[in-house]
Design a protein around this ligand. Structure first.
Ligand code: PMP
Length: 443
């Protein structure tokens, strides 16, 4: 523990608080539980940052990694191929929305997004429209921490500080209905304003726009902000009408999180580029994939003299171990009928959350499948937030931790993202502990 405090700079963490709060050191995992160095067990309410689909220590994935280790741990995709990366690409293409036929691998969600942005930019350059080089994204968006991804991001707290470093995208308000940017959520004007804003911006800027990037169905890191039904389809139609590419960032929503394998499926939308990561290996190894269409790939498939190459390649891109883990993870989806079995659990979670409305300081509850945000406010009537410095969300998660449950706050939004394989009993326990913790810490 002392060495942890002395040596490690923990991401997204105020280090003074981390030290003061006696953060546990995790030594092992089992199913939906984390176990610390003292043997204390914690229910993993955020799937180890939204990745452990089937929980920890899944026999089939363990075995697949061991078997792959017996062959080879790593070789490069720069100029060579490897078997697990080929089999995984075949699987991903068969599962992805229609038309996504090519797979570019990297190591995490941020680099997957970075690749999508660079491909979109260069696609227009390669096809003779170099003026199409701007991006449109949304307020409250989170696409990762690398500079390109930060430029597309729209969370004031995380992104503003890096403004001088990044090329910022054009921004449109997102659908934060609880604090509607147009002040008319739930009225007849609401769809017109919300859908109209993005349409007008695309129309006005189409000649210079390379792509729009969106987290489909729900903005995760913003505090679980769900888009109104039809929004993604509407966006697809406008992008088609004005010749702008659509990038779906499914890093958080992919692999069953929202109740379907990919969130785009809820609206029958096929993006031009789709980024997946997080759940792809079931939380075992870092891997991401940026999928795209033949049309986009063809714009790069030229003689070297034309310099239409995509000059991008990470050292560990298409790592065989990670791809083998991903293949085993996806096989398990089918074998255990994970998505089918998830449906009643989503409904149960929704029922459990109904009781949260009566808790003190719960202003809003937002859910898309197994992605939940509970927004805490000082005043339920006026929606006045707690002062930032009170760290109310943080207090709640510390209370939950004392009771053996790990969750994370996004500001004063308490987030639940349990493993998809969680049992109904574990789900009830999770909600019970979170409710008590909100009562104790916010009330
Ligand atoms: N996009 C979205 C929608 C995300 O939620 C995240 C991670 N929370 C990222 C991109 C970045 O992924 P990573 O942390 O793996 O770089």
């Amino acid at each position: 523990k002392e060495l942890d405090r002395a040596l490690i700079w923990h991401p997204f963490t105020q280090m003074k608080e981390y030290v003061a709060e006696d953060a546990p050191i995790i030594a092992a995992g089992e199913g939906c539980y984390l176990i610390d160095i003292y043997g204390r067990r914690y229910l993993d309410g955020v799937s180890s940052l939204w990745v452990t689909v089937h929980g920890h220590r899944v026999a089939a994935i363990d075995l697949a990694i061991q078997e792959q280790l017996g062959r080879i741990a790593h070789s490069t995709l720069l100029g060579l191929g490897n078997i697990p990366s080929i089999l995984l690409a075949e699987k991903l293409v068969s599962l992805a929305p229609l038309g996504l036929k090519k797979v570019f691998y990297s190591d995490n969600g941020s680099t997957g997004v970075e690749i999508a942005l660079k491909i979109a930019f260069q696609y227009w350059r390669n096809t003779g429209q170099p003026q199409k080089k701007r991006f449109l994204s949304f307020y409250n968006a989170y696409h990762g921490d690398t500079l390109g991804a930060v430029g597309a991001g729209g969370i004031e707290l995380f992104h503003h500080i890096y403004g001088p470093l990044v090329v910022s995208s054009l921004k449109v308000p997102s659908a934060y209905c609880y604090r509607c940017p147009y002040g008319d959520a739930g009225t007849e004007d609401c769809r017109r304003d919300c859908f109209g804003a993005v349409a007008r911006t695309i129309e006005a800027h189409a000649p210079e726009l390379a792509a729009v990037i969106i987290e489909p169905l729900i903005q995760g890191a913003a505090g679980m902000l769900t888009w109104p039904p039809g929004y993604l389809r509407h966006l697809r139609e406008i992008c088609d009408a004005y010749d702008v590419l659509l990038i779906a960032d499914e890093v958080a929503t992919g692999f069953g999180r929202t109740g379907k394998l990919f969130a785009c499926e809820h609206e029958g939308v096929s993006p031009d580029l789709m980024v997946v990561a997080k759940g792809i290996t079931g939380g075992y190894l870092p891997l991401s994939a940026t999928l795209t269409t033949e049309r986009i790939y063809e714009a790069f498939y030229a003689d070297y003299a034309e310099l239409k190459t995509f000059f991008h390649g990470h050292t560990y891109t298409g790592n065989p171990l990670a791809c083998a883990a991903a293949l085993a993870n996806l096989r398990l989806f089918k074998e255990v009928k994970l998505i089918e079995k998830l449906q009643p659990k989503i409904a149960r979670l929704q029922e459990l959350l109904v009781g949260f409305w009566d808790l003190p300081h719960v202003g809003d509850i937002r859910q898309a499948g197994f992605m939940v945000g509970v927004e805490l406010v000082k005043d339920k009537e006026t929606k006045e937030p707690f002062p930032l410095a009170r760290r109310t969300g943080r207090r709640v998660i510390l209370k939950a931790r004392e009771k053996g449950v790990i969750i994370r706050p996004l500001g004063d939004v308490v987030v639940l993202m349990p493993p998809l394989a969680i049992s109904e009993e574990e789900l009830s326990h999770l909600c019970e502990v979170v409710a008590v913790s909100i009562r104790e810490a916010a009330g």
